[in-house]
Ligand binder design. Sequence first.
Ligand SMILES: NC(=O)c1ccc[n+]([C@@H]2O[C@H](COP(=O)([O-])OP(=O)(O)OC[C@H]3O[C@@H](n4cnc5c(N)ncnc54)[C@H](OP(=O)(O)O)[C@@H]3O)[C@@H](O)[C@H]2O)c1
Length: 284
Amino acid sequence: MTELILGAGGMLARGLAGERPHARSLGMSELDITDPAALARAIVPGVSLVWNAAADTRVDLAETDPSHLAVNDVAVGEIARLCRDAGALLVHVSTDYVFDGRAGRAWREDDPVAPLNAYGRGKLGGERRALASGAEVLIVRTSWSFAPGGINFVDTMLDLAASGKAELKVVDDQRGRPTFAPDLARALGRLVAIGARGVVHFANAGETTWYGLAKEALARGGFPHVRLVPCTTAEFPRPAARPANSVLDTSLYERLTGEAPRHFTEALDEHLRRRAETAGAAAT
Ligand SMILES: NC(=O)c1ccc[n+]([C@@H]2O[C@H](COP(=O)([O-])OP(=O)(O)OC[C@H]3O[C@@H](n4cnc5c(N)ncnc54)[C@H](OP(=O)(O)O)[C@@H]3O)[C@@H](O)[C@H]2O)c1
């Protein structure tokens, strides 16, 4: 039986490829998930498991360019329908941005969804299509991802510091749980191994703000001299609104698997080690 990883090249897909060496990884050039004919050629009887790690994650662009919907919403329905027909399990990944951020506690799987931005609405559309498809589906919502080689907040901060920036202004009134994509890949594997279905939240332990995450990343990454200036969301306007509280509650994951996610600072240290190794290899 064949396993497919869609969206190869992305942060999560790379982690999945490491966890599932027997799986076939397909990047956009081999399989564009917005092409229904290409999907129909790939997801056929004999495929037992599809890991959909493909997504258009350009949150701000989504406000003005609706093309994200083809990837994050419509294609997920098509993938799910083909999985149903092939008898394959679909593992799909969604986001903390399906919530409006107004709860005074961490978000549980069955809390009401009310996305504040177009990206969140598109991802929610994808969730709903997958759940309505009649396929066997596991949807894992995650937040604030980072991993070597991806476009992510942690690397942006480290790259700015490495380029000589002496001062960085960072939003300090949005709270969330940073997540190391390779840890998410391992978590997805554990959930599949125990037969989990429906919606489950996963994020690394420890909640912080973007400012708090930048502080940890720069201190651990060898840039303690960069001056970090906390600011409010209003002082740093972006095209897409972000939830003030997007902390995900992972107690369902912990109950199901019997394991607690490690703290994000431990994952940050691993990320920094891997980043240094890659930089070292590139320099030789
Ligand atoms: N990154 C985050 O902070 C975050 C937070 C919460 C949830 N998530 C979710 O986590 C999942 C994994 O994302 P990630 O963090 O690994 O993001 P990522 O690094 O941006 O990876 C997404 C991958 O999907 C590919 N892709 C885009 N359009 C495609 C298409 N039409 N067909 C095939 N592949 C396509 C991208 O290719 P190109 O690079 O060539 O465009 C990229 O390699 C997604 O479902 C995302 O919504 C991410």
